[in-house]
Design a protein around this ligand. Sequence first.
Ligand SMILES: *Cc1c(COP(=O)(O)O)cnc(C)c1O
Length: 230
Amino acid sequence: MTEIEYNIQKVRENIALAAQRYGRDPQEITLVAVSKTVGPPSIMAAYEAGINNFGENRAQDLREKYDQISSPINWHFIGHLQSNKVKYIIDKVTLIHSLDGFSLAKEINKQAEKFKKTMDVLVQVNVAEEKSKFGLAVEETESFIHEVSKNYPNINIKGLMTIAPYVEDPEEVRPVFAKLRDLKEKLQQKEIPRVEMKYLSMGMTNDYMCAIEEGANIVRIGTAIFGPRK
Ligand SMILES: *Cc1c(COP(=O)(O)O)cnc(C)c1O
């Protein structure tokens, strides 16, 4: 067994444990392997071990890896996306996790229209209101979603995403995850065109078990699969 295979097995076991505690099927949880900083050989090792969702946070990297790898991979864009980079990834990604403002929405809509597609996105929420992080405030998320729905027919909003503050003990950020779940549940009640609150993308290496216990159904994991980044 390769190290990456072993790591994935461990992560899957932990996902199953946390899912059980939340009372749901581990199959409902999508594991996105965050492959930023690793090259095609590591990505292929993870792919061979059964992973077919990979996350990148730079448009240029995603584009290069997309061209280097021919296997049918679902690519996720998970970082802050500059509007002028949308055109490089729009035809390559399955899900953009990081819609964080109107100018980006406008550009995603424009490029999606060009490619005759409707782009699936998550709205990034800065639940913990960290200055260093992108994303909408919890209070402005609902009106943002209404506006995007009204103005941008080539965007499907599929859920919410957050990045919790890094802390030693993930229990400290449990309320952050709970707050995003509550927001998702509240928005689920509203019937907004092209808005389906299906996914909650939250949880990274340090805190994914906690995030799943609070309702995450997409986790984004890099270090626990590929090892520490240089
Ligand atoms: C890097 C990154 C991750 C993965 O972080 P790890 O701690 O290595 O699991 C998840 N989400 C985003 C947005 C990231 O940039």
